[in-house]
Ligand binder design. Structure first.
Ligand code: SAH
Length: 343
């Protein structure tokens, strides 16, 4: 695999800059451009002498080997297709909220989890992404935002793939994102999982106050098993127990995600079952109306069903919100990412 600047270790970076006949402070300048300003082209690093810029541009170490190959925008949401070194394409979504800009990062090309309502699952699993490939998504997004004078403020590991099925790399990425070069607060990072209990337990012990989000989608085991194969291994009560432990250990509020699918899990009895299981907890429920997936056989819920579901939960004193349907027009909403957006 060809190497890029962000994949070099600190020692390799120092050796590289020295090998170019430069002093070490030049390295800090380059890092400042890349991580602080989203500048990924040596030629634009204005405080480097022209001769050095030329040298860097001709060297065989580009800043990043990943690149944006397509882009689509729908109001506040932008989907970027990012091509990796082996030509795999993953999708990354930028969402504009009142409090800032959230980047939805992919952690795998494809996914093994097989949730029946999700587009990513339909294309199967290709491979895990490396920490640098996740970091590339952040840097490419910042580079994309640079013209507007903006940058990513929040990260959710909620794109293609299951972050806890690629634990080491996902965690290493988070550590880089909260590190001195990127300095995003851990409290502004969320990890979303389909409920891999050992991963949740491990994450609780990392000493990182990241937000945990668990995609429950049904409170009844049989129904959950029919939607999410992972439920065959970890029953709802076991997942909820791991979430309680996570909340206790990290003092962070845990979120439950619940994709509402018409006639499948959106009835009053489903809301009541969920309420019974989490009453008295501090879990927040995020309701996500199902986003269309071709050939899934599923349909979005009626608006009245979404309201009813919310009211049942609120009536039981459970904090719940409806996720704004961002990104539907660009196939960039939850469950619609499948790596098909190409040049
Ligand atoms: N594997 C992780 C992260 C990726 S999925 C997880 O399961 O949490 C991100 C979210 O999108 C999950 O909450 C999932 O339940 C939801 N989702 C998947 N397909 C969807 C669809 N078609 N419509 C709406 N949400 C969907």
């Amino acid at each position: 695999m060809a190497v890029d600047f962000i994949s070099l270790t600190p020692e390799e970076r120092s050796a590289w800059i020295l090998s170019l006949g430069q002093q070490k402070y030049r390295l800090q300048q380059i890092e400042e451009w890349v991580f602080g300003h989203g500048v990924l082209d040596y030629m634009q690093m204005a405080n480097l002498p022209q001769s050095l810029r030329d040298k860097l541009a001709q060297s065989n170490i580009p800043v990043l080997s990943a690149k944006i190959v397509a882009e689509s925008t729908d109001g506040g949401t932008t989907k970027l297709a990012v091509e990796l070194i082996d030509t795999q394409v993953v999708e990354v979504v930028l969402m504009r909220y009142r409090h800032g800009l959230t980047l939805c990062v992919s952690t795998q090309a494809g996914c093994k989890m097989g949730c029946v309502f999700c587009a990513t699952a339909k294309s199967g699993f290709v491979r895990n992404l490396t920490r640098q490939e996740m970091l590339s998504q952040l840097l490419l997004a910042n580079s994309h935002l640079r013209a507007k004078g903006e940058r990513v403020t929040h990260i959710v590991l909620m794109g293609m793939g299951e972050p806890l099925d690629n634990y080491e790399e996902s965690l290493a990425f988070i550590r880089m994102a909260v590190g001195p070069l990127c300095s995003i607060s851990a409290r502004r990072i969320a990890v979303s999982t389909c409920g891999l209990v050992p991963g949740i337990e491990r994450l609780a012990n990392e000493g990182l106050p990241v937000t945990l989000t668990v995609s429950l989608n049904a409170a009844d085991d049989e129904l959950r098993r029919s939607l999410m194969p992972v439920a065959q291994v970890y029953p709802v009560n076991v997942v909820l127990a791991a979430m309680h432990k996570y909340a206790e250990k990290t003092k962070r509020r845990v979120t439950i995600e619940y994709v509402l699918i018409k006639g499948v899990n959106d009835r009053a009895k489903h809301a009541q079952e969920l309420a019974q299981k989490i009453k008295g907890s501090n879990f927040h429920v995020n309701l996500i109306p199902f986003n269309a997936v071709v050939n899934s056989g599923f349909e979005p819920p009626l608006p009245a069903a979404v309201r009813m579901f919310l009211e049942v939960l609120s009536g039981e004193g459970i904090g719940a919100t409806i996720r704004r349907g961002l990104g539907g027009k660009v196939q960039g909403a939850c469950g619609q990412l499948r790596g098909t957006l190409r040049k």
